[in-house]
Design a protein around this ligand. Structure first.
Ligand SMILES: [Zn+2]
Ligand SMILES: [Zn+2]
Ligand SMILES: [Zn+2]
Length: 191
């Protein structure tokens, strides 16, 4: 049990995400980012399974109990996670990914970059978040293709052109444009 350690990890994460959200033009989302982590359902397991702040307590909770109650509570209430965006399709009657609204996707980008900075520490570069995204093909394959496509483009731009240019582009983006060619490729790759 490490209450202060977990409190510090959450606060450090929120501060960094807030900074990114201001740059991305979504200040309000930055202010309320991850507030559900202060609810007892998320905070108590977070403190109980605290793992030096370098690793997610959810992973330890999963290893020990078979699932992470904190994570399920979190992803069900926080639309900046792509895992939130699943619903029953009226056509197939199965759970399928839904396109993320643009502001949620912007917040998700800010979240990923902040997490990479904290987990990578001194080894962090502008390519870190892209490398992590590309290493989790399994997850990419579960996302809605349009969501995966835009997120991949933003992460590539960050790796190539740096933060200033990328956040400026994200600020100007008003909706998720579908790039049928890339989206089809994503769909075909994982179909
Ligand atoms: Zn979150
Ligand atoms: Zn977060
Ligand atoms: Zn698309």
């Amino acid at each position: 049990m490490n209450i202060l350690g977990h409190l510090e990890t959450v606060t450090r994460h929120r501060t960094l995400v807030m900074k990114h959200c201001f740059l991305a033009g979504i200040p309000f989302r930055g202010l309320v980012h991850d507030l559900s982590k202060f609810s007892p359902t998320e905070f108590l397991p977070g403190a109980k399974f605290y793992a030096d702040g370098k690793r997610s307590p959810n992973e330890r909770e999963r290893e020990e109990t078979g699932y992470s109650a904190a994570w399920m509570h979190h992803k069900g209430r926080n639309p900046h996670h792509w895992e939130y965006w699943f619903d029953v399709s009226p056509q197939t009657h199965r759970y399928e990914p839904v396109r993320m609204p643009i502001d949620c996707l912007k917040e998700s980008f800010c979240d990923r970059v902040a997490a990479s900075k904290i987990y990578q520490g001194e080894r962090y570069t502008d390519a870190s978040a892209l490398e992590y995204f590309r290493s989790k093909k399994q997850m990419e394959s579960l996302m809605h293709p349009c969501t995966a496509c835009i997120l991949g483009r933003w992460l590539e731009m960050l790796a190539r052109d740096g933060e200033e240019k990328t956040f400026a582009r994200i600020r100007r983006t008003r909706e998720i444009e579908c790039h049928p060619e890339t989206c089809e490729r994503v769909r075909a790759r994982f179909g």
